[in-house]
Design a protein around this ligand. Structure first.
Ligand SMILES: Nc1ncnc2c1ncn2[C@@H]1O[C@H](COP(=O)(O)OP(=O)(O)OP(=O)(O)O)[C@@H](O)[C@H]1O
Ligand SMILES: [Mg+2]
Length: 238
């Protein structure tokens, strides 16, 4: 079966190659993620985790190497085709939430659905899913609030729901529990694991939480530009 994601020898370097400021963040990363799989990526601050997620999601280009999503090489796609593929295939939870301040929580969650034409019935179904997911993360009574009135943890939960609204096949989450208390983090982990099982959404989760990392099917450590596989809980503690 075609993997949902394949990375081949990804390198990312910032700055001109022979300048003293050159920084090689990713140094030959290859990875295959099957549909419905889940994995955690752990590693110290600044090791390149967000850079890796941005490259996987087509928000940044590698210096060399190939990213293939659902069998399509991102390097061969136009910006429009890339945006279409991203919108249909990927949900992205950013380290910064990027909620639109002028829209309510519910409107923010429904934003990704606006990129494609939908029938009235589909729009109703989208709203139903948004409301059910918001309820699931404890935000039902915040859905008409604007993000400026939310706490950091509430914004984070809203951003996770927004990433899930289009039923992505691959969810890329950058520290999704970073600003949550223990109970909310646990509940969000439950939601991710349940959606992974029930909807077959593949998960690539960057986290500093050993608990969340331990709930993924596989764990990887990113260090010195290289990704190595190992037991998730042990690595997450390092
Ligand atoms: N546009 C850029 N130009 C130059 N250097 C950059 C750029 N973006 C990121 N970096 C550097 O690349 C390295 C990796 O950054 P990245 O944000 O991927 O780290 P991270 O593992 O996500 O860290 P954290 O855990 O703190 O979020 C850092 O040293 C950062 O300073
Ligand atoms: Mg980061």
């Amino acid at each position: 079966m075609t993997p949902v994601l394949e990375l081949t020898a990804i390198c990312k370097q910032y700055g001109a190659p022979d300048s003293p400021a050159a920084l090689r963040v990713l140094d030959g990363i290859s990875l295959r993620v099957e549909a419905g799989a889940s994995l955690a990526v752990v590693g110290p601050s600044g090791c390149g985790k967000s850079t890796l997620l941005n490259i996987i999601g087509g928000l940044d280009r590698p210096t060399s190497g190939a990213v293939t999503l659902d069998g399509r090489d991102l390097g061969l796609l136009s910006e429009d085709a890339l945006a279409g593929l991203r919108n249909g295939l990927i949900g992205f939870v950013f380290q910064q939430h990027h909620l639109l301040p002028q829209c309510t929580v519910l409107e923010n969650v429904l934003l990704p659905t606006l990129a494609t034409r939908r029938s009235r019935a589909q729009r109703q179904a989208d709203t139903g899913r948004a409301e059910a997911l918001l309820e699931r993360v404890g935000l039902a009574d915040r859905r008409n609030h604007r993000p400026g009135l939310l706490s950091g943890g509430e914004s984070q939960r809203a951003a996770v729901v927004r990433a899930l609204i289009n039923r992505p096949r691959l969810l890329l989450a950058d520290e999704p529990t970073g600003s949550l208390d223990h109970a909310s983090a646990r509940a969000l982990g439950d939601l991710l694991v349940e959606l992974n099982r029930a909807e077959g959404i593949a998960l690539v989760v960057v986290t500093h939480s050993p608990e969340l990392a331990g709930r993924m099917g596989a764990g990887y450590a990113l260090a010195d530009g290289r990704l190595t596989r190992g037991p998730a809980p042990r690595m997450a503690l390092s």
